[in-house]
Structure formats: structure tokens, C-alpha cells
Design a protein around this ligand. Structure first.
Ligand SMILES: Cc1cc2nc3c(=O)[nH]c(=O)nc-3n(C[C@H](O)[C@H](O)[C@H](O)COP(=O)(O)OP(=O)(O)OC[C@H]3O[C@@H](n4cnc5c(N)ncnc54)[C@H](O)[C@@H]3O)c2cc1C
Length: 424
């Protein structure tokens, strides 16, 4: 049993301190609950800027924030860095790598993980961007490939090392493609003059007929136009069927030799043992009602990426984006307080604030509820929104300085290959 003293108030245990868990934890301040936060990391992550860390544009530390710092001044909050292994729903106990924690209310906000649609080869050979450790691994491999290209034994090996295939044309795929195209244009010639006129080849592979499927046709077209102008080869209606360590299989005869496959094509819920299989939807998401309560349980809730709440407007569940997690956490915090005061609860309603993606310097597409725009103004809006959303004043400042520096110098400052002991 994890040693956290039981007090008079009811205990809310929150699993995962991403966008949903962090917001819920903050909103429950002074609510009268004892709050226990369990996360396998001791930091909160900001995935919307992961692609900039992957492409050596930002330090990893500027998109992370220590959990203990967020909750330093909160009374009766307890944080444990532990991985949740399962839940004993009969005894209201959460089973973690650090021991057992009992709960009155359990909130599952542990997000989603990569789905490789069953391809073991893709899981083994591609680099994903779901966690910061994956992102750092991607960056190290990318920079290592440039280094290895200088000492390649022949042109075909050099070509292979300098070919990057990104699978998935959603916002993450589009954003990393744009960032790598910029790196290709501005950084490679300066850092690797010996590569002479050889540049990296960047492919963006998407099975659907257009990029950014969740946005309008106009935004999709603009994104494609911006990417193609920056030199990215966009392949829509193209399915990657598998890979080995040096090839992505596209269609018979159209395979691409590559030293770097970046996977942004799919996610699925992180399954936790002990929750009935009937409570899971097809994609590993937990089926919840309009109050985020998991089907089949009285005191277990799920929110954010892991929750599947079907509604008239969202028959396939809400989009797995930060705003859904944040808004669900806000509503749930109020409903938990309402429950404890026997006040009627309110159903969750999602307010769509818009969608945006950036493709590179001065290039972005933005769709707000009443207006859509593209280009330089969209890019400034994108930067402002992301800067405001990041946790921590220091992080905001560091990112702003990095962006300003890059804007005027066309340079990124973090092209370092940093690996733990044991790796060369
Ligand atoms: C590369 C990338 C770019 C993105 N860009 C955008 C964007 O631009 N805009 C946008 O709105 N959304 C974006 N998203 C999606 C957005 O990040 C998610 O929708 C959001 O993070 C979901 O919040 P959450 O709280 O449900 O889960 P998460 O933020 O994923 O948090 C889950 C937390 O649970 C913890 N955890 C997981 N499993 C366990 C376990 N077993 N035990 C203990 N702790 C656990 C994790 O450490 C993490 O802290 C992006 C996602 C990625 C991967």
C-alpha cells in the first residue's frame, strides 16, 4: 500500500497528468477532496510542440514541466511517480508499480499510445512521436543519419540515409514534414557543406485522398501546396503496407529505400487491466456517459484521449485533441463537487475552438469557428496560441526566444546527439 494518510475528505485519484489530468488537478484546488496524482513521468508534456524537438528546433526541457512544481502550494495533494498496472474495482484499489492506492473516485486520464495497426515491423523500424523519449530518439537518429551520410560507402547508401518517409498526413505528419523541409533548406547546407548539393528527400505518405482530413478542403490544399513548395513529396491515396529496416513498402514496385521512417498514422487507448472489456470501445477507448463516468462503474471516470463519449455531433467520439481533455476536466471537476453536495450534475458539451497546423516559417492553416485563413497571419496566430498554452513562464520565454532567434537567423540551435551511457 502506498503510504498516503487517509483524512476525513473523500479521495480523488487521478491517473495521468497530461492535459486532462493536469487541468482536473488544478480545478480541484480547495474543493475539499484529497487529491492523489499518479503519473509514470514526473513531468507534464506538451505534445503539440514535439515536432520542433524532433527536428532540433527546441530543447526537450522547454516542452516539459515538473509536476511537483505545478502542485507545490496545493494543500492535501499527493503525487506519486508510478506506472499504473491495473485496478481492483471491487475493493476500490489502484494497482501501481509503487504499490496499491485506494480511492473514492478514480479518474483515468492516461491518454493514448501509438497504434501500428498490428504491424510488428512498423513498430520495430519506425520512429514515433507520442512521448518525449520517442521524440529524442527520433532526433538522435535523424542527426546520426546526416553524420553517417558523410561516411557512407556509396551513393545509394548516402541516398538511403538522407531519405525520410513520414507516414500519416494529419497535423503531426504535416508539421514534422514542414520542419524537416526547413532544416533541409537552411541547416543542412551550412552544417554539412561536404554533402555538396545533396539534400534530404522527404516523403509524406497518406492513405486518404488529402492531407489534414479533419480540416476543410481549402486548408488541405494549402497545406499540400506549402509542403510541395518546400520540396516535400506528398503522396496521397497511398498506403504504406509494411517495412523492413531499410525500405517502406508502398505498392508493388513503388517501395522507398529509407534510413528514417516517422510514424504519425494511428493511436489507440492505453489499456488498464481490471476494467471490464465491455467498457472499452473498438479502439481501446473507455466508453463514458455525458458525465465522463465509465459504462458499468459508479465511481470510475475517464477523460481526454482515453474516453469515448458518443454524441449526436460526434458519433465516433470526440476528436483526440487537447481542448477536449481540458474541457472535459473542467466539467468533471465541477460535477465531482456537485456530487459531494448532492447538486444536479451538468452534461459535458464540447466547444470546438478551432483547428490549426503549421507547415513552416510564415506558413500555417487556421480554422476558427467562424473564419478560416492561411499563410503568415495564420502562422502568427498559431504561434500565439501555442505560446499561451504552454505551462510555465520560463518555458514560454525560452520558446519565444528560440522562435525569434530562428526567425532572424534561419538557424536551429539544438542539433545535439545526446544519448544515455552505453550508446555511442
Ligand atoms: C505529436 C503530437 C502532436 C499533437 N498536436 C496537437 C495539437 O497541435 N493540438 C491538439 O489539440 N492536440 C494535439 N495532440 C493531441 C494531444 O496531445 C492529446 O489529445 C492530449 O495530450 C490528450 O490529453 P490527455 O490528458 O487525454 O492525455 P495525455 O496528454 O497523453 O496524458 C496522459 C498522461 O498519462 C500518463 N500515463 C500514461 N499511461 C500511464 C500509466 N500506465 N501509468 C501512469 N501514468 C500513465 C502519461 O505519462 C501522461 O502524462 C498532439 C499529440 C501528439 C502525440
Amino acid at each position: 500500500m502506498i503510504n498516503i494518510p487517509r483524512i476525513d475528505s473523500k479521495r480523488v485519484v487521478i491517473v495521468g497528468c497530461g492535459f486532462g489530468g493536469l487541468t482536473l488537478g488544478r480545478k480541484l484546488k480547495n474543493s475539499g477532496f484529497q487529491v492523489v496524482i499518479i503519473d509514470k513521468h514526473n513531468y507534464h508534456q506538451f505534445p503539440p510542440l514535439f515536432y520542433q524537438v524532433a527536428s532540433a528546433g527546441l530543447e526537450a526541457t522547454s516542452v516539459l514541466f515538473p509536476l511537483r512544481k505545478v502542485f507545490q502550494k496545493y494543500k492535501d495533494y499527493h503525487i506519486r511517480k508510478a506506472e499504473v498496472k491495473g485496478v481492483d474495482t471491487l475493493n476500490n484499489q489502484l494497482l501501481t508499480s509503487a504499490g496499491v492506492v485506494d480511492y473514492d473516485y478514480l479518474i483515468l486520464a492516461h491518454g493514448a499510445t501509438n497504434s501500428f495497426f498490428g504491424s510488428v515491423q512498423m513498430q520495430k523500424h519506425s520512429k514515433a512521436m507520442k512521448t518525449i523519449s520517442e521524440v529524442i530518439d527520433l532526433r538522435n537518429n535523424l542527426l546520426m543519419n546526416f553524420e553517417n551520410a558523410l561516411v557512407a560507402k556509396d551513393e545509394s547508401e548516402k541516398d538511403m540515409l538522407l531519405t525520410i518517409v513520414i507516414i500519416g498526413g494529419g497535423p503531426s505528419g504535416v508539421e514534422i514534414a514542414g520542419a524537416l523541409a526547413e532544416m533541409n533548406k537552411y541547416v543542412l547546407p551550412k552544417d554539412y557543406p561536404e554533402l555538396k548539393n545533396t539534400r534530404a528527400k522527404i516523403y509524406l505518405v497518406e492513405a486518404a485522398d488529402r492531407l489534414l482530413n479533419m480540416m476543410s478542403g481549402k486548408s488541405s490544399e494549402k497545406a499540400r501546396e506549402f509542403l510541395e513548395k518546400s520540396g516535400v513529396k506528398v503522396l496521397t491515396l497511398t498506403k504504406a503496407t509494411g517495412c523492413d529496416d531499410r525500405t517502406v513498402f508502398i505498392e508493388p514496385g513503388k517501395n522507398i529505400k529509407t534510413g528514417m521512417i516517422i510514424w504519425t498514422a494511428g493511436i489507440k487507448g492505453n489499456v488498464i487491466k481490471g476494467i471490464k472489456s465491455e467498457s472499452y470501445s473498438r479502439n481501446g477507448r473507455l466508453i463514458v456517459d455525458r458525465y465522463n463516468k465509465i459504462q458499468g462503474y459508479d465511481n470510475i471516470y475517464a477523460l481526454g484521449d482515453i474516453a469515448f463519449m458518443a454524441g449526436e455531433k460526434y458519433p465516433k467520439g470526440h476528436p483526440q485533441v487537447a481542448q477536449v481533455a481540458i474541457q472535459q476536466a473542467r466539467t468533471l471537476s465541477k460535477n465531482l463537487v456537485r456530487l459531494s453536495t448532492s447538486t444536479p450534475r451538468k452534461e459535458f458539451r464540447y466547444r470546438d475552438l478551432g483547428t490549426m497546423a503549421t507547415i513552416g516559417k510564415n506558413l500555417a492553416v487556421v480554422e476558427l469557428p467562424f473564419i478560416s485563413f492561411q499563410g503568415i497571419f495564420a502562422w502568427f496566430v498559431w504561434m500565439f496560441v501555442h505560446l499561451m498554452s504552454i505551462v510555465g513562464v520560463k518555458n514560454k520565454l525560452v520558446i519565444f526566444l528560440n522562435w525569434a532567434w530562428k526567425y532572424f537567423t534561419y538557424d536551429q540551435s539544438t542539433r545535439l546527439i545526446l544519448r544515455p551511457k552505453g550508446y555511442s
